[in-house]
Design a protein around this ligand. Structure first.
Ligand code: NAD
Length: 385
């Protein structure tokens, strides 16, 4: 296997693909960018060129370097051509399992035998995607965050059959691309960042569903405590259809409580999808909603949100998905918080945290908020930080 990666292929030139391609160019790599139609490819190339030009304008790179990077970009709608020289392939096509499996089947046939095949899925099983190939040991998860060029974090995910050598090459390539990789040792839905944040939606939706607080009252509490955006504003921003699909996926892959609740279903059915349709939990027709901080709820505390995240982080340690240190590192880099949930909770007595989680779980009738088993069996894991 070639450890010194020089040529890469990026499959899909959309929001993530063009960012991955630009980051690879900045690392001095030759990048073959592939999409199914000239039009999509063209849009991706334009975004890369304008991204490089902006970096020149900001004195982040030299103009001569930008020209070299542009020359190192090989856009093509011919998949065979894109793959023939590739040491490493980044797949960034839409988040639909059948589509990804179809692409991986082709990659497995057309790419040289030693080429590493990486998927940028944000949720789906690396192993299921690898099932479409004959050489599963060369398939790895490599999860970038948006906007790719600015966000440092990359989760490097081991599928059931990924070899250690492939994990190492993927990790080193992220370093070469000026990223901060974090190893995810087990293929579980949502990996680290999306998984730790997952139960927050279940928790806060239950608070709304039981009539304890309105979305705006919860968002006011979050903003009042210094968070850049509230949960429901963020959901509107991402798009409630996207939130709905991820809820459906987690319901099947993790726990039934992750499924979409009635409020979310009603919004999606009414095509109130948030920012993109002008209405969701908030009215976006005149731009960003104004949250009145005076409306903040006193039915939950800001700590509760951190406790729920901490509990899920504990489950990741219990399942052997990642080390406590790596979870906190990923959460800081991926969400912009000053500390990760495990470090945050260390200032409290673990017994108090567990009692509060029990209380919330009972009050809201949500099993996933119950304290993780590891908090009882091996509470010292929090020291490994
Ligand atoms: N957007 C995000 O915030 C984000 C963050 C992290 C990871 N991801 C993941 O990255 C992947 C891509 O997401 P995106 O937001 O860039 O999507 P996107 O819709 O912006 O881009 C997808 C691109 O893939 C192309 N495409 C479709 N079928 C193809 C095929 N068979 N071969 C080659 N190209 C094909 C499309 O034409 C499009 O240009 C998804 O798995 C998504 O979950 C997205």
């Amino acid at each position: 296997m070639n450890r010194d990666i020089q040529n890469v292929a990026v499959i899909g030139a959309g929001s993530m693909g063009h960012g991955i391609a630009q980051s690879a160019l900045l690392a001095g790599l030759t990048v073959y960018l592939y999409d199914i139609e000239e039009e999509f490819l063209h849009t991706g190339v334009e975004k890369i060129f304008s991204g490089l030009d902006k970096m020149v304008a900001k004195d982040q790179i030299m103009e001569t370097d930008a020209s070299v990077f542009k020359n190192n970009l090989m856009p093509t709608v011919n998949l065979e051509k894109a793959l023939s020289q590739a040491d490493f392939v980044f797949e960034a096509v839409p988040e639909v399992l059948e589509q990804k499996q179809d692409v991986f089947k082709q990659l497995d046939t057309l790419a040289p035998r030693d080429t590493i095949l990486a998927t940028n899925t944000s949720n789906m099983s690396i192993s299921l995607i690898a099932d479409a190939t004959k050489h599963k040991e060369r398939v790895v998860g490599i999860h970038f965050f948006i906007p790719v060029v600015l966000m440092k974090l990359v989760e490097v995910i081991r599928g059931d059959d990924t070899s250690e050598e492939v994990m190492k090459v993927a990790y080193d390539l992220c370093l070469k691309m000026n990223k901060i990789p974090v190893r995810v040792e087990k293929d579980r839905p949502g990996f680290i960042v999306n998984r730790v944040n997952g139960p927050i939606r279940v928790f806060l939706s239950a608070v709304v569903e039981l009539g304890l607080a309105e979305p705006e009252e919860i968002d006011a509490l979050m903003r009042y405590n210094g968070l850049p955006i509230g949960h429901f504003e963020l959901s509107d921003y991402i798009g409630l259809d996207v939130v709905y699909f991820s809820a459906e996926y987690r319901k099947q892959a993790l726990h039934s409580e992750y499924g979409p609740n009635q409020i979310l279903l009603d919004k999606v059915n009414a095509k109130e999808l948030g920012r993109k349709t002008g209405k969701g939990f908030y009215d976006w027709s005149n731009g960003k909603p104004m949250i009145d901080l005076e409306k903040r709820t006193d039915k939950i505390n800001i700590e509760d949100i951190e406790f729920v995240k901490f509990n899920e982080a504990a489950r990741l340690v219990e399942e052997g998905v990642a080390k406590p240190k790596d979870i906190d590192k990923a959460m800081m880099l991926g969400t912009g918080y000053k500390e990760g949930p495990i470090t945050y909770v260390k200032r409290f007595k673990l017994e108090d945290v567990m009692n509060r989680l029990e209380q919330l779980s009972y009050q809201l009738n949500r099993e996933i908020i119950k304290p993780a088993q590891i908090l009882k069996d091996n509470p010292d894991f929090v020291l490994d930080i």
